[in-house]
Write a protein that binds this ligand. Structure first.
Ligand SMILES: [Zn+2]
Length: 469
């Protein structure tokens, strides 16, 4: 049987890192075994749906390099792929369960349910469950509004072999008869998921560990309908710097894929980085192409332990992929960030090439390019520091005038020669030169700046200080 896996988000917003990782693992699993990857929209919580939420998620997945075989927009043989378009299908199965007396109508009002709950709490029940009142009393047939509940056998143990965590079991008495169809006629999440997963032929489900407690309910439904139960894999949580679960409210971490895109992350870098959040192949290697990851993916190597979202590792990975870009792709990648800069295409390309090795985020190029547009200014304090070290400026100027080939490596060598000659190194040597040339205390590698400024501009900046008393 062909493996079919799915990613099924609610269209309540943008693609979150956690969601992207879930999608990615399902995708890698599917492609590793020549299976299919399906996108399904779980939009039954209508008030929470966001306009374009679905489109946005699909586009971001595509940008990451995750190809979807079936989705609500392109369709497929198992559609419709939006839950709100499947209500009739759900009703059919609800009727079936009612007929088989596995499910029953519940006429209890919200107030009554609350009363039942309080009663249980009062008598010392730690986690109150629905009492089953309407299961025993079906004499309310003239009442118009009802929900549908499914009967859970109290003495049954729900057990499954989780692909990540091994054997997990839940006693039936801890679950309680839960609602499968709300009074508004809309099925609940746990119900619709099971119907869809079965009808769409889903074989394996990789999802966040917050779904563990939903699993016994879903298993019971699969069994009640006489369907095969898919394999479940509950992925570890992703934690941030504070060791807490990455939360959408945590403002210190960039949470959404489109923000990474806007800041100049390459999809290959994020794909690579996310694939190692909670999974790892054998060995120490950290850089993998999509093709390699598909080939290497092994469901038995998913980790139970929380995975740390290490932003420095992501920056390092992104830098790795930026360094590998061809001139043409580098130009395409960086040009949007300097669209408004008053520089010629040649100048831009020279800036791109010079700083390519150091870029961690594409957006950094904006500030670097500004170095070549902004008017030169220097504070009086900085100016004094340069003049106090005039011998460095004189020596550097003398040497650089003789440089015939204007090459960054040669400029670096020449700078080292000046240092050796004057017995200076590091900041002592560099700071006066940097200040004289850029007017700034900090910035990218000064040799790169000198290279782009060119000989004439560099010497003229140095000479201004040499001629000053
Ligand atoms: Zn009831």
């Amino acid at each position: 049987m062909k493996k079919r896996l799915r990613y099924a988000p609610s269209p309540t917003g943008n693609l979150h890192i956690g969601g992207a990782r879930t999608a990615l693992f399902n995708y890698l699993f599917a492609k590793n075994v020549g299976g299919e990857f399906i996108f399904r929209t779980e939009d039954t919580d209508i008030e929470r749906n966001v306009k374009n939420g679905e489109k946005n998620q699909i586009q971001n997945l595509k940008w990451l390099g995750i190809t979807i075989d079936e989705d609500p927009i392109k369709g497929g043989n198992y559609g419709p792929y939006r839950q709100t378009e499947r209500l009739e299908i759900y009703n059919k199965y609800i009727d079936k369960l009612l007929e088989k007396k596995i499910a029953y109508k519940c006429w209890c009002s919200t107030e009554e349910l609350e009363k039942q709950k309080q009663k249980q709490i009062f008598s010392g029940v730690a986690s109150p469950k629905y009492s089953g009142k309407c299961f025993f009393n079906q004499n309310n047939k003239d009442k118009k509004f009802f929900s549908v509940r499914i009967r859970i056998p109290i003495d049954k143990n729900f057990v499954w072999n989780d692909g990540v965590r091994g054997k997990i079991s839940f006693p039936g008495k801890d679950i309680g008869d839960w609602v499968i169809k709300k009074t508004n006629g809309i099925p609940t999440y746990n119900f619709a998921v099971v119907i869809d997963d079965h009808l769409m032929g889903i074989t394996d489900i990789l999802r966040g560990e917050e779904h563990i407690s939903n699993t016994p309910k879903q298993i019971h439904l699969f069994e009640s309908l006489g369907w095969e139960i898919p394999n479940f894999f509950h992925l570890s949580i992703i934690i941030g710097k504070n060791k807490k679960k990455l939360s959408k409210r945590d403002e210190k971490t960039l949470q959404f894929i489109h923000i990474y895109k806007e800041r100049g992350y390459l999809p290959e870098a994020i794909f690579n980085f996310l694939s190692l959040l909670g999974w790892s192949p054998k060995g120490e290697k950290e850089i993998f192409t999509k093709k390699e990851l598909i080939k290497l993916f092994d469901k038995n190597r998913l980790s139970k332990a929380p995975s740390f979202f290490d932003i420095n590792k992501l920056l390092w990975t992104n830098n790795y992929y930026i360094k590998k870009l061809s001139d043409d792709n580098l130009n395409k990648f960086l040009s949007p960030f300097v669209e408004k800069a008053d520089l010629s295409q040649d100048q831009k390309m020279e800036i791109f090439k010079t700083f390519q090795p150091q870029l961690k985020e594409g957006i950094e190029i904006r500030e670097l390019a500004n170095l070549f547009i902004e008017k030169y200014t220097i504070t009086s304090k900085s100016k004094l520091l340069v003049l106090e070290n005039k011998e460095i400026i004189i020596e550097f100027s003398k040497k650089i005038q003789t440089l015939e080939v204007w090459d960054q490596f040669l400029i670096k060598e020449l700078l080292m020669d000046v240092g050796t000659f004057l017995k200076l190194k590091g900041k002592e040597l560099m700071m006066p030169i940097r200040l004289a040339i850029t007017g700034k205390e900090y910035g990218p590698d000064i040799t790169g700046i000198i290279k782009i400024f060119g000989k004439k501009k560099t010497i003229s900046r140095l000479e201004e200080f040499i001629n000053e008393n």
